[in-house]
Design a protein. Structure first.
Length: 330
């Protein structure tokens, strides 16, 4: 839909849904309402993600997409550093009561939705101003090069289970609630600091290679978290885990964007996001069922699988070293 009409309304709707979800959590007195609020928040993320990323790609030359998405992830995650630390301070200020913290969280959630009104969206070229042309362009078949990153990222999503389980593992190792929040803030700090350099490097080297490096870091992080027996190891592991996200999150979106034309970017990014969402559900299911109190088994399985996948991505890169340059000529 964002390819056929405009991208900005979907971005605004997505952030608006997330803001309303925060309101529901703030007023909730039973867990079903919290569940509904979280579902609404995830729905908002699904609505806004692909249109927002397509909007970013529309404004940036193809050779700088890694840098652009890296900068976006860096700034977005800087908020994820400040947010937990602010939440932790409020948690202590309000004598370990959660509700006031979520009430305060409503404010930036609402502001994020309002801020979309000030975003500039490029006008369509004259050849694309008619609705039938937009519809035809958005329905065009996605090109062959798109399906390589789509397949790789989708396969990876089946071993990349929720960070909530990593937090559960940290709690099992002995970290307090306060320490877990601080460790997660450290993860986000590493993610924020490293995202822009990772994007710049991806533009200069290869997005596929950087994503493979991220998978390798993911594998080491998961395996290490599954093997350690002392809480002190959570800190360096979470910092390393932040490097994985920096190497993959924005770079993967840039990789996808370079393989398709602007007219199909929303669909390409949305399709990949939807497939990754299905993978995340499956990953959460099998990891949760095999958790058995400690979480060592799913962490080790995912860690080893990620290392194998990283090796496979590097091998495929060697077979076709120019694969992620295809989109630059479109």
């Amino acid at each position: 839909l964002a390819d056929r009409w405009r991208r900005r309304p979907f971005v605004a709707a997505g952030y608006g849904a997330a803001a309303f979800g925060k309101v529901l959590i703030a007023v909730a007195s039973t867990w079903p309402l919290v569940l509904a609020a979280r579902a609404l928040d995830r729905l908002g993320k699904g609505i806004r993600g692909a249109p927002r990323d397509a909007l970013i790609a529309d404004d940036v030359p193809a050779e700088h997409l890694g840098r652009a998405f890296g900068f976006h992830r860096s700034m977005d995650t800087l908020g994820a550093v400040i947010g937990p630390l602010l939440g932790l301070a409020l948690f202590e200020l309000f004598n370990h009561h959660y509700r006031p913290v979520f009430i305060v969280a409503v404010i930036p959630a609402v502001l994020s939705a309002v801020a979309v009104l000030f975003v500039h969206e490029q006008k369509r070229p004259a050849s694309e101003t008619s609705k039938p042309v937009n519809v035809a362009a958005s329905k065009a078949r996605l090109p062959g090069p798109y399906w390589l990153p789509f397949t790789i990222l989708t396969v990876f999503s089946f071993i990349n289970f929720s960070d909530a389980l990593l937090i559960l593992r940290a709690r099992h190792l002995g970290l307090s609630v306060t320490s877990v929040i601080a460790a997660y803030a450290l993860y986000n700090l590493t993610y924020s600091v490293a995202s822009y350099p990772a994007g710049v490097l991806a533009d200069r080297v290869s997005k596929q290679t950087i994503v493979a490096a991220g998978f390798a870091v993911f594998g080491v992080s998961y395996a290490a978290l599954g093997l350690v027996t002392r809480a002190v190891w959570v800190w360096p592991i979470f910092a390393l885990y932040g490097l994985y996200t920096a190497l993959t999150d924005g770079v993967a979106k840039a990789w996808i964007a370079t393989t398709v034309t602007p007219a199909t970017r929303g669909r390409a990014l949305g399709l990949q996001g939807g497939a990754a969402g299905i993978g995340a559900i499956a990953a959460g299911a099998w990891a949760g069922l095999s958790w058995h109190g400690t979480g060592r088994v799913p962490l080790l399985v995912s860690g080893i699988a990620a290392l194998a996948l990283a090796a496979g991505v590097v091998f495929l890169r060697g077979l076709n070293p120019k694969v992620d340059l295809v989109g630059l000529t479109q």
